[in-house]
Design a protein around this ligand. Structure first.
Ligand SMILES: Nc1ncnc2c1ncn2[C@@H]1O[C@H](COP(=O)(O)OP(=O)(O)OP(=O)(O)O)[C@@H](O)[C@H]1O
Ligand SMILES: [Mg+2]
Length: 465
């Protein structure tokens, strides 16, 4: 039986509404706004019938609160007068319908049936959206090199817990993608993922963005506004470029992380939060702490699980599968027919140092598809200027890399570059890479294991069934 909550301060109208509905629905009664909000917090309700005029707090204000806390819960406003301003305000705030007293019982029943049906559809859409995003993850995260797989493992383990996670990695290494993966694989996946770009917000705006503000908090605050913490609910709140956060905001964030509660700007009421906090930065946060630009207590609180995403030049064996992934991902939307890369082009892609990491690689593939998308195979000619003269890493690299102190280390570093270069050229096919190196697949495999070079796989951002 669907559950209705009837909120009216007049005993008489409460009772008559109860009589009308108690046959078909289970009915809860509240005589005040406070009572209504308390009941709502205790048990799920399918529909609220809300009197516009209540003692203390107006019905409109209650409507606002209900919408903030229970989005999608239909509310029918009930009023003794059909005066226009509250009707307009109520509808604008998302009330489902507006009924005036004295009631026409049939049309009231009808409004309730329609509202319940809408609420049901709303919930169904939510469920379907979640199912859909699980069945078709929007973004796969690709990578098979040991360092990358290790980072993904840490993310997956952390996903199941409530621990704060700090993702560090150079620009374009996939930090935001990793944060979304973490959310998608956490038990909070059906709740919102809300990102805060710390570099994009001025210090003044930051506080009200994060915590929201009460009506009248400052001159232009003509109504209460929810902050990102409210929006995240019990989902994930992602602080991107967290090193850019001012010291003043850091103090406030520290308090939320410690106490799990905050106050809106201009407010006195303490609001609890259940959001899980994930942050990312391209900077060395430890260094920021040492230089006094980041609070050390916050650093430790945010980074209970630290995860480092390696730069692309440290996992060159991922280049072929990333190229393949971006070809498959981008070609259809760009109406390109290109489906593969020729070995010479791949060798050049593998030799490059990728200061912009995966984002830069994606841009290079996208550009090639835009300019040369009519060709079925991507050739070196489709690559930008800087790739035209580059030789494969294995050939171009100086044999003794700097920093490799002992002969053994130098040999290992050299072997690694040659093997990675060959794997790259061979698009990861080991037999072919062994041929390039003039050795057998068995020896290649042995060396790869010894040097910790992975053989890779594509990891969809989909939780295991
Ligand atoms: N492992 C990966 N597999 C597939 N796509 C990836 C991978 N890593 C990054 N990308 C893609 O590369 C682009 C950059 O990734 P993202 O925005 O997550 O990087 P970032 O580390 O947040 O970068 P920045 O520091 O510049 O903000 C995105 O389009 C993302 O989808
Ligand atoms: Mg980013």
């Amino acid at each position: 039986m669907p559950k209705l909550l009837i909120v009216d301060d007049e005993r008489g109208s409460r009772e008559s509404l109860r009589l009308i509905f108690s046959r078909d629905y289970s009915v809860l009664l509240a005589a005040s706004a406070a009572e209504a909000l308390e009941l709502l917090a205790q048990e799920p309700v399918d529909l609220v019938l809300l009197d516009v005029i209540l003692p203390g707090q107006s019905g409109i204000e209650v409507l606002r609160q209900i919408h903030a806390t229970f989005p999608g819960l239909p509310v029918i406003m009930v009023s003794a007068s059909a005066s226009i301003p509250p009707v307009v305000e109520a509808i604008r705030l998302g009330a489902f319908d507006f009924v005036s007293k004295p009631f026409d019982i049939e049309s009231l029943r009808h409004a309730v049936r329609r509202a319940l049906e809408t609420g049901r559809l709303h919930r169904q859409v939510e469920v379907l959206e979640t199912e859909l995003s699980r069945a078709f993850p929007t973004q796969a995260i690709v990578g098979g090199s040991p360092a990358f797989v290790a980072a993904l493992d840490q993310l997956r383990k952390a996903a199941a817990t409530d621990a704060t996670v700090l993702i560090q990695g150079d620009s374009g290494t996939g930090k935001e993608l990793a944060a979304r993966l973490l959310h998608a694989e956490s038990p909070r996946r059906a709740e919102p993922f809300v990102a805060v770009h710390c570099a994009a917000l001025s210090e003044h705006l930051m506080e009200s963005e994060l915590f929201g503000h009460e009506k009248g908090a400052f001159t232009s605050a003509d109504r209460q506004k929810p902050g990102r913490f409210d929006l995240a609910g019990s989902g994930t709140l992602f602080f991107d470029e967290v090193a850019e956060m001012s010291l003043a905001t850091q103090v406030k964030l520290l308090r939320v992380v410690q106490e799990r509660e905050f106050m809106r700007v201009g407010g006195t009421r303490v609001v609890r939060t259940r959001a899980r906090i994930v942050s990312a930065t391209a900077r060395d946060l430890r260094r920021e702490v040492a230089d006094g630009r980041f609070r050390d207590d916050l650093f430790y609180r945010l980074g209970v699980v630290p995860v480092r995403l390696p730069p692309l030049r440290e996992r060159r064996d991922d280049i072929p599968r990333l190229v393949e992934h971006f070809l498959a991902q981008l070609a259809p939307t760009l109406h390109a027919v290109t489906r593969s890369v020729d070995p010479a082009a791949l060798a050049r892609l593998c030799a490059y140092d990728w200061p912009g990491n995966v984002r830069e690689l994606r841009n290079v593939v996208e550009r090639a598809l835009v300019l040369h998308g009519r060709e079925p195979v991507l050739t070196a000619a489709a690559l930008p200027e800087e790739f035209q003269s580059a030789l494969p890493a294995a050939v171009a690299a100086p044999l003794v890399t700097t920093g490799a102190g002992t002969l053994d280390a130098a040999v290992a570093a050299c072997e690694r570059r040659l093997i990675e270069g060959a794997l790259c050229q061979a698009a990861g096919v080991q037999t072919r890479a062994a041929e390039i190196l003039g050795t057998t697949r068995r020896i290649l495999k042995y060396k790869m294991e010894k040097l910790g070079i992975g053989d890779g796989a594509t990891l969809p951002s989909q939780p295991p069934p």
